[in-house]
Design a protein around this ligand. Structure first.
Ligand SMILES: [Fe+2]
Ligand SMILES: [Fe+2]
Length: 151
């Protein structure tokens, strides 16, 4: 799978979880949030470790990539805060809603602006290679997450 297809697949997966949050009662949201967090942790990790550094090498992609990094930073802050809230916190639902809005905006920017530029600048063969690297990195990341969660 090439890099763009892989990242779009991740985006779709996260969006399906967002739709589930919207369609379910609040008592199911904590569990859905755990899944959202796992997906986003892995996704932001592979983008930051493999995809964004390559994009930053291109003058035309530098600004949008730097903006992406800041949006990741904000999302991670929210994910951390959500994870540490007590079960009955009144902040959980509004914070989750804002997180979903922010991520949706970020994904729209990647898919609508960043990825089309990337496809013009970076060739098919290299996108394929980046996709393979990210797939590998994602597997390793999820393995190490599971290992540390089991401790
Ligand atoms: Fe991103
Ligand atoms: Fe993304």
């Amino acid at each position: 799978m090439n890099a763009i297809e892989l990242l779009k697949d991740d985006h779709d997966k996260v969006d399906r979880l967002f739709q589930k949050v919207k369609a379910t009662e609040e008592d199911e949201h904590k569990e859905l949030f755990e899944k959202i967090k796992m997906e986003l942790d892995a996704h932001t990790h592979i983008e930051e470790k493999i995809f964004y550094p390559r994009l930053k090498e291109e003058d035309e992609l530098e600004d949008i990539t730097l903006e992406g990094i800041e949006e990741h930073h904000q999302a991670k802050m929210f994910l951390r805060e959500l994870a540490s809230l007590s079960d009955d916190s009144e902040k959980f639902e509004p914070k989750l809603k804002v997180l979903m809005e922010d991520i949706t905006h970020h994904v729209q920017e990647e898919e609508g602006e960043m990825f089309p530029k990337v496809e013009k600048i970076i060739g098919k063969a290299e996108l394929e290679k980046l996709g393979k690297q990210m797939e590998e990195e994602k597997k390793n990341f999820q393995k190490s997450q599971k290992a540390s969660a089991g401790k």
